[in-house]
Design a protein around this ligand. Structure first.
Ligand SMILES: [Zn+2]
Length: 574
């Protein structure tokens, strides 16, 4: 078709019919409230009660959400702004709906932070036909409707007035409904706090604003130094060999499926052999700091406990900075989506892009890729530091879901048949557990290989070696309709916060530190958490600093020599 004179190409010469902003605001507010919150309505409905009461509650909540959403949309009702921003809100609502349905997820600032740090491979693991279906159902109709016609244009002054009226109208509706149904809605929100994180799209707007508010002051704030006085303790002056500690940060391993913690299945047969040999101790009562990687990994390395704000510790230096400042060589190997800022100032390598035959395929590697060439990587570290001692962190891919079946090579799947879909609720529960247990068994094998390597190095007389393994958080496998992890900490089920932990010390390291294995075994049942890692590693590596707190060092009570040197008796309170 040739363009008609005077009319820009692509424009119809019929008059474009425009939509009044107030119509668009309310139509979309009701759509988002009703269709964009189907998982919330299902959850509220499932709480039971008399039919009339349930309908009143659903109706009241629906109007409340619609009113608040209309107030939000009225703020945005400007000709050029409205359609792009609302499109984003509608898409976010559709994605949220999918993840709530599939995994029982809720959206809070922690979950959003975790989502924003997701990499392309993790996204690929989440793509599925049900996701496409939910997007079409929730986002298709309103987006089609929204983009058919532009909003009518007014002078900015009357438009500001109308938008202001829209905000007031939306809030009035919300307040009125709240007053009328106060008793029911208040008790619902009190008894089921997690529901407030299910309200689309307000949950995402709240999460984004509170993340932004947290981030803004951080950018101006400088990194808080930690352990400026850190130095190597007395044991280094007379050492025959440097210490070499491997700290394995596990991914998504939960204590409930950990063989050494009493799980009915043998998911940790190799570690059980190391335990029987006497140099490995299992700690069955360890709590994670967060329910997602984004919170837990920085918290594990933070000098602060969770109560002191260790779960929000991004602006502090961490354990690795202190170890390095004391003069040790530090190396971080990452087989996952990065170290969340923890390894920024030490040598770090990502192993996810290696093309190692047998370990890597399709842009991802099994965890054993981190062990290949590790001797050479250590040999390449600063020789002066290396002569003092080395700390290596191995950040696992571990049991990262939902595609558990991708975490284990075909040759190491002891529990079959396994779920081989990322739509977890489609799989029979026992196949889902099989796929997950295979990942735990693979971690057992990975730790077995790591321990073999450490034992060989110790036998060779090149270093006094040791290992600490702890998982970053747990996982839900369908209990109470929940999958994956990331439930706000205050309501998180223990499957997401109770994590496995083990320590292995070569005889040389035991002698050097004075740590008695019988004592460690006897004390292993104590309640521990990620709060203890910072101080336990400093104690084990004999690094002295004001930042070290003896009561939080889980190993110190068994370090007779350490306690004697410090002039303190082993304390039962440790
Ligand atoms: Zn994680």
């Amino acid at each position: 078709m040739t363009p008609i004179q005077g009319v820009p190409p692509g424009a119809s010469h019929a008059v474009v019919r425009r939509r009044r902003p107030v119509v668009a605001v309310w139509w979309l507010a009701f759509w988002l409230a009703v269709v964009g919150n189907l998982p919330l309505w299902q959850r509220v409905d499932a709480l039971g009660g008399a039919l009339v009461q349930r309908l009143a509650l659903l109706g009241g909540l629906g109007l409340l959400v619609a009113g608040a959403t209309a107030a939000l949309l009225s703020l945005l009702a400007w000709p050029r702004v409205f359609r792009p921003v609302v499109t984003l809100l509608v898409l976010v609502t559709a994605f949220n709906t999918h993840f709530m349905w599939q995994y029982g997820a809720v959206i809070d600032p922690g979950m959003l932070a975790n989502v924003l740090h997701t990499d392309a491979r993790e996204v690929r693991d989440l793509l599925s036909l049900p996701l496409l279906g939910t997007l079409l159902l929730v986002a298709g109709p309103p987006l089609w409707w929204l983009w058919r016609r532009p909003l009518s244009v007014r002078h900015w002054l009357p438009q500001t007035g109308r938008n202001g009226l829209g905000v007031v109208g939306g809030l009035l509706l919300a307040v009125l409904v709240t007053l009328l149904t106060y008793q029911d809605i208040a008790s619902l929100m009190r008894n089921h706090k997690a529901l407030r994180y299910m309200i689309n799209p307000l949950n995402s707007v709240y999460a984004a604003s509170s993340l932004a508010a947290e981030q803004l002051p951080q950018q101006v704030r400088t990194l808080q130094p930690v352990g400026g006085d850190a130095h190597l303790g007395g044991s280094y002056a007379t050492q025959a060999r440097p210490p070499l500690l491997v700290l394995v940060i596990g991914e998504t391993a939960r204590a409930q499926n950990w063989g050494l913690d009493g799980y009915a299945r043998a998911t940790t047969p190799a570690l059980a052999r190391w335990q029987a040999e006497g140099n490995l101790v299992n700690f069955p009562h360890v709590q994670s700091c967060g329910t997602n990687t984004q919170v837990s990994v920085p918290c594990i390395f933070s000098p602060l406990t969770r109560d002191q704000g260790g779960d929000k510790a991004a602006e502090h230096e961490n354990l690795l900075d202190v170890l390095q400042r004391a003069g040790l060589a530090v190396l971080w190997l990452d087989n996952q989506s990065g170290c969340k800022g923890v390894c920024d100032r030490v040598t770090h390598v990502s192993t996810t892009d290696l093309a190692l035959p047998g370990s890597c395929a399709d842009g991802a590697c099994f965890d054993d890729a981190m062990l290949k060439g590790l001797d050479e990587r250590i040999a390449a570290l600063d020789p002066q530091r290396r002569a003092q001692g080395v700390v290596v962190v191995l950040h696992q891919m571990g049991s990262h879901g939902p595609a558990y079946f991708k975490r284990t090579p075909d040759s190491h799947k002891p529990f079959l048949p396994e779920c081989s879909s990322n739509t977890l609720s489609d799989c029979p529960p026992d196949q889902l557990v099989n796929a997950y247990d295979n990942t735990v068994a693979y971690t057992d094998r990975f730790l077995d290989q790591t321990l073999d390597w450490l034992k060989t190095r110790a036998a060779r007389g090149s270093d006094d070696t040791g290992l600490i393994y702890v998982s970053d958080h747990g996982e839900s496998l369908g209990e109470n309709g929940l999958y994956l992890h990331g439930v706000p900490y205050a309501f998180a089920p223990q499957q997401q916060t109770h994590v496995p932990m083990v320590t292995w010390l070569s005889p040389g390291l035991q002698q050097r530190t004075g740590l008695g294995m019988d004592c460690l075994r006897a004390r292993s049942g104590a309640a521990l958490s990620h709060d203890n890692i910072f101080h336990s590693v400093l104690g084990l590596m004999d690094v002295s600093t004001q930042a070290y707190q003896l009561p939080l060092d889980a190993l110190a009570p068994c370090a007779a020599a350490h306690a004697r040197a410090a002039g303190i008796r082993p304390s039962p309170a440790g």
